[in-house]
Design a protein around this ligand. Structure first.
Ligand SMILES: [Zn+2]
Length: 279
C-alpha cells in the first residue's frame, strides 16, 4: 500500500465492511438480539444470506437491491449506512491523518451512526453506546496516555481563533456535566411548551457524552448550535416524509449524533465558522 490511492481505497472497503456490521447492530441491538449470531436472514423469505449477498454496496447494486431467493426488495438504507460508514473512514484518514487518533475518531463516528438510526427507528439510545462514548471522551482527554506515547499527537484540542488548549480531565468532566445539564433544561422547557414528554434520558446522556469529548468551551457551543440546525432540518424532513404517528417527536438523538460526528471530523473549522458568525 505505497500509493495514497491504494490506502484510501482499502480504508473505504474496510469502512463499508464496518458499515455492514453496523447494519446488524442497528437492526438487532434494540431487539436485544445478539449481534454476532445467527447469520443474517432475508426478512421476507427467511433464506440465510451468504457472503455473496452480503458484500457491502456491491451486492446491493449487482442484485438490484433484491433478495436472490424471493425477489423481495431490501431497504436502500442498508446501502446508505455502508456508504456513509465507508466515507467516514476515508474522511477520518484524509482530514486527520494515518494515525491512531483517526482510528479512534472513526470508531466514535461509527457509534454515532448507529445511534442516529436506532433513535430514528425506535426513539431510544442504547446505554451501552453512550457509555462507550463517555469512556472514549473521558479516557482520551484525561489520561493523556496516548499523548505521551505518540508525542506530537495531541488529542481533543480546542483549536479556535480564540483559544488553543488541550482538554484535560477536569475539562472533560465539566463538559459532560454541562452537556447533560443543558439538555435536561431543554427537555424540561420543551415539555412545558408542548405539554408532553419530548426528550428521553438517552438524549441527556448522549449530550453529556459529547460534552466529555468536546470539553466545555467554544467547541461545545458550536456543536450545540449545529445540533439545533440539524434538528430543524431533520424535523422538516420528517414532517415532509413521515406518517403522522410521530407527532411531537423531536429528533434530539439523531441531531446530536449528526452534529457530533461532524465536530469530531472538523473541530477547528466548524468552531471557527460559528465563532466568526457570532463575533
Ligand atoms: Zn428473500
Amino acid at each position: 500500500m505505497s500509493s495514497p490511492w491504494g490506502l484510501t481505497i482499502m480504508v473505504l472497503l474496510i469502512g463499508m465492511a464496518v458499515g455492514s456490521f453496523l447494519n446488524v447492530v442497528i437492526f438487532r441491538l434494540p431487539r436485544r438480539e445478539s449481534v454476532v449470531s445467527p447469520r443474517s436472514r432475508c426478512l421476507s423469505c427467511g433464506a440465510a444470506l451468504t457472503a455473496l449477498d452480503l458484500v457491502p454496496v456491491f451486492s446491493y447494486i449487482f442484485l438490484w437491491g433484491k433478495c436472490r431467493h424471493c425477489g423481495r426488495a431490501f431497504s436502500p438504507r442498508y446501502m446508505i449506512v455502508e456508504v456513509l460508514t465507508g466515507l467516514s473512514a476515508v474522511a477520518s484518514l484524509t482530514f486527520i491523518g494515518p494515525n491512531l487518533y483517526a482510528v479512534s475518531v472513526f470508531v466514535m463516528i461509527c457509534i454515532l451512526i448507529a445511534i442516529f438510526f436506532i433513535d430514528l427507528d425506535w426513539m431510544i439510545i442504547p446505554d451501552e453506546m453512550v457509555l462507550l462514548l463517555v469512556g472514549f471522551g473521558v479516557s482520551l482527554n484525561g489520561l493523556g496516555i496516548w499523548r505521551a506515547q505518540f508525542g506530537e499527537l495531541i488529542l481533543f484540542t480546542e483549536r479556535t481563533a480564540l483559544a488553543t488548549y488541550t482538554i484535560s480531565l477536569p475539562g472533560s468532566i465539566v463538559g459532560m456535566v454541562l452537556g447533560a445539564g443543558v439538555f435536561l433544561l431543554i427537555g424540561w422547557a420543551s415539555e412545558k411548551i408542548v405539554r408532553r414528554p419530548t426528550m428521553g434520558g438517552g438524549d441527556v446522556k448522549l449530550a453529556g457524552a459529547m460534552g466529555a469529548l468536546l470539553g466545555p468551551g467554544y467547541q461545545f457551543l458550536a456543536f450545540f448550535l449545529y445540533a439545533v440546525f440539524v434538528g430543524a432540518l431533520i424535523g422538516l424532513l420528517a414532517m415532509a416524509f413521515r406518517r403522522k404517528k410521530r407527532r411531537g417527536y423531536i429528533p434530539f438523538g439523531p441531531m446530536l449524533a449528526a452534529s457530533g460526528a461532524a465536530m469530531l471530523l472538523f473541530p477547528a473549522e466548524l468552531t471557527a465558522f460559528i465563532v466568526h458568525i457570532y463575533t
